[in-house]
Write a protein that binds this ligand. Structure first.
Ligand code: FBP
Length: 556
């Protein structure tokens, strides 16, 4: 058993603030939100997949007369990547179920969605939760990236919830897990199963958003942890004045994390994948943009700086995107070329073989990449044969290409500075941090709301808390209809009905603010050091929500 640090023990005693509508659960009920009927706007494909759910509108809370609740049996699962606050969702869920009826039972599925398929679970009690309140990590239950997708998996899940006689199943996850939640809710209804399915929005990436899902949990803590690191590194750059720090930030596709950290720290340059995509920029153009910055700063005698690179950038660069797509179709996991490549002994043989197969443009892009990146592009593939973009060391790729470019400029006499760089990856260290007050409060309320949705027999909803830029006493609780968030998307050549990933909105106020400020950040060293997450002190320090939220709500 792990030993808790003094701070962890102190955090066990933190009492999350409950939003007013969720204090007295027995008198709380839901009604349809006043909104234009969405039903007709949904495509035929979506209606076909979700005949029972297609009519569901978002719901809001209303006060009602006291409604007693029979003992509830609920299962909960953590799905996908870790995000700070998961244990608080479960604590909130547990406490709320006990308040609704103290004979209720909460089961936790082990190791992610596979736990549902394989019927692997444990019963959660007040004692088992005791050491997990306000703590980071997902280790109470573990997590996994398995999806409930096939008919057999749906059937096993149905059997599992029926065997356990579950009134509700709470799926804590990102866009894919909540897509599965919607499909499961529909499947259970089609099979006259009374288990209600409720999703909870989680992902540090911040890309699970809609009109009423303002931000998924975990984003705030992760960005605060990264901003602390970046702020410290920036101060190091300013002190030693000898390095450029190329900092890659986690976030599989969208650049929300990079944007938030840029707003918090004010680096000299922050690349935003969505903007690069909109401008149809190539790798060479991005390299030129960074080199221009280095050259401009060198003219002022500044041979140091901080550059933020979102993990997902690789797929937003038009030429790399085309290369990856060509490589993906060439190297299908069961394909001929993949087998051939595996049989080859030397790196050089493998690279030459791939080069010989690529079309002219893709070949040019491939040869532009240093050898170690070329190998990452062809070797690190997922079980479907796709490039694992998260494993490509973009920070090293850009650093080495900028170095090359600067050498050329030096030879031409257009650059006279010194360039020495350090690649840094800010990734896994932030996912299991002790949740910030924002995430601890948010998650606890999400858990309570999920319990209430189940008690009021709502299925196919995601727990949603709005007004998050305001203090907790102004937060509102609602249910977001999952089906209203669905859209059709082509994945691996097939049309699939999935929850839409929310990318950075280039017309939105957070990006607008960033683009107004960034010119000044290039040459002035206006770095801001946010410091570690604080749990004690004035509210503006300990309870601050992400800047992105404040800007979206026009609070800043
Ligand atoms: P989720 O969307 O599942 O929460 O995962 C987010 C994330 O942390 C990404 O930022 C990152 O690209 C990925 O998970 C890493 O995944 P893994 O843990 O499988 O290496």
């Amino acid at each position: 058993m792990f030993e808790l640090s003094p701070l962890q023990r102190e955090r066990l005693g933190f009492k999350p603030e409950i939003l007013p509508e969720l204090i007295d659960l027995l008198t709380a009920d839901f009604e349809d939100a006043i909104q234009p009927k969405q039903e007709n706007k949904k495509s035929e494909e979506i209606k076909l997949h979700f005949p029972h759910l297609t009519h569901l509108a978002d719901i809001i809370l209303k006060k009602n007369e006291l409604k007693k609740v029979a003992p509830l049996r609920v299962g909960v699962v953590l799905s996908g990547g870790q995000a700070a606050g998961g244990h608080n969702v479960i604590s909130g869920l547990f406490d709320a179920l006990s308040e609704l009826n103290n004979e209720s039972t909460l089961f936790g599925f082990l190791g992610g969605p596979l736990g549902i398929i394989k019927n692997s679970y444990c019963e959660l009690t007040r004692d088992s939760l005791e050491l997990f309140r306000n703590q980071g990590g997902f280790d109470l239950l573990g997590s996994g990236r398995d999806k409930i997708e096939t008919q057999e998996q749906f059937a096993s899940s149905l059997q599992c919830v029926q065997t356990l006689k579950l009134d509700g199943l709470v799926i804590i996850g990102g866009d894919d897990s909540n897509t599965n939640a919607c499909h499961l809710a529909e499947f259970f209804l089609q099979h006259s199963c009374h288990t209600k399915v409720v999703g909870v929005p989680k992902t540090i990436d911040g890309d699970l958003q809609s009109d009423i899902i303002e931000i998924p949990f975990g984003f705030d803590t992760a960005c605060k942890v990264y901003s602390e690191t970046i702020g410290n590194i920036a101060r190091d750059a300013l002190s030693a004045k000898k390095y450029y720090y190329f900092i890659k930030l986690m976030g599989r596709s969208a650049s929300h994390i990079t944007l938030e950290c840029a707003l918090q720290v004010r680096p000299n340059l922050a690349l935003i994948g969505e903007e690069i995509f909109e401008k149809k920029m190539t790798l060479a153009q991005v390299v030129a943009e960074i080199s221009d910055l280095v050259a401009e700063r060198a003219k002022q005698g500044k041979n140091y700086g901080v550059i933020l690179i979102p993990e997902g950038i690789i797929e937003f660069l038009v030429d790399i995107r085309a290369l990856i797509s060509e490589l993906n179709s060439l190297l299908l996991s069961d394909g001929l070329h993949s087998k051939k490549l595996n049989e080859m002994k030397t790196k050089a043989e493998k690279l030459a073989h791939i080069e010989s197969l690529l079309h002219a443009q893709a070949k040019l892009t491939f040869t532009l990449c240093p050898e170690e990146i070329q190998l990452q592009l062809i070797q690190d593939r997922d079980p479907h044969g796709n490039v694992q973009v998260a494993k490509i060391e973009t920070e090293r790729l850009l650093q080495s290409l900028v170095e090359e470019e600067l050498k050329k400029r030096k030879a031409l006499g257009t650059y006279t500075g010194k360039f020495s760089a350090q690649p840094i990856f800010c990734g896994y260290e932030a996912r299991c941090a002790l949740p910030s007050n924002f995430d601890a409060n948010y998650c606890y309320n999400l858990g309570r709301l999920a319990a209430l949705l189940i008690a009021r027999k709502k299925t196919g909803y995601m727990a949603a808390v709005t007004n998050l830029a305001k203090p907790v006493h102004s937060w509102r609780a609602c249910g977001a209809s999952l089906v209203q968030m669905m859209h059709c998307e082509e994945r691996s050549g097939k049309v699939k009905v999935v929850l839409k990933k929310a990318l950075v909105d280039l017309a939105g106020s957070p990006f607008h603010k960033f683009s107004q400020k960034r010119q000044g950040w290039r040459l002035d060293d206006s770095y801001s050091q946010s410091g570690p997450i604080q749990f004690f002190g004035p509210s503006e320090v300990v309870d601050a929500p992400p800047q992105t939220l404040l800007l979206k709500s026009y609070v800043l």
